[in-house]
Design a protein. Structure first.
Length: 240
């Protein structure tokens, strides 16, 4: 579904943000991308849909991520950005959510049905006609997630999806992620959420892959996590 081979990226010459990253995501996998601040998580997430370009190669569903293929790549990938203000660009939640389905060829009736279904699933029906600039930080994050789900992409990227959410909405997001059939790559410092939603974890450290394996195994490894400036998930910390 996604294949990353020998990818490197630098914002400044001689200061690599990512170095020789390689991994493969299989269809339907839910994979957590973890690492301390500055490890390269957000940079890697932006490379996958072609928001940034580095060296090496990235392919999505067999299509290379190149400037000439961006329209196809972005039909396949939905990206929940770390900052919802960089994602929500229409006046209301409804207009943001219906924009992509209409542009993908759905009738207005089909697109509206999809919007209503997603809002209902997330318990956000009351936000449908709210203006984006009047939403709280948590409401914006939930609306941004709803916008991507309305696209029904084949691959979903999420950068800190539970940040700024209250406990109730955090539980809704976790439940929704677990129910989604799509291939998912989720970057987060919320290791409890990663443990709840992901079967595999990729650990980035200083722009390289420090570990890649089963979530249960890696997220229980206190020595590994602490060596890379992370701590055990809270649900496990009291048991060791």
């Amino acid at each position: 579904m996604i294949e990353v081979q020998n990818v490197s990226f630098s914002y400044e010459p001689g200061k690599p943000a990512l170095s020789d990253i390689s991994f493969r995501l299989e269809p339907g996998q839910s994979v957590g991308l973890i690492g301390a601040n500055g490890a390269g998580k957000s940079t890697l997430m932006k490379l996958l849909p072609g928001l940034l370009f580095g060296s090496g190669s990235i392919a999505v569903c067999g299509t290379p991520v190149e400037k000439k293929s961006l329209s196809e790549i972005r039909r396949r990938i939905g990206f929940v950005l770390q900052d919802p203000d960089n994602q929500m660009f229409m006046p209301t939640v409804y207009e943001d959510m219906i924009f992509a389905p209409l542009n993908y060829g759905l009738s207005r009736q089909e697109a509206e049905a999809r919007v209503d279904a997603v809002l209902g699933r997330l318990g956000l029906t009351g936000l449908k006609h709210r203006h984006n600039h009047k939403l709280s930080g948590g409401e914006k994050r939930m609306a941004a997630i709803a916008t991507i789900l309305a696209m029904e992409p084949e691959v979903i990227l999420m950068d800190e999806p539970t940040s700024a959410l209250d406990p109730c909405n955090r539980r809704v997001v976790i439940r929704t992620i677990r129910e989604l059939p799509q291939t998912k790559l989720i970057a987060s410092h919320d290791l409890d959420m990663i443990l709840d939603t992901c079967s595999r974890v990729i650990l980035l450290s200083d722009g390289t892959v420090a570990a890649d394996g089963p979530a249960e195994e890696l997220l229980r490894n206190r020595t590994l996590l602490e060596a890379h400036r992370l701590e055990l998930p809270l649900c496990l910390a009291g048991r060791q």
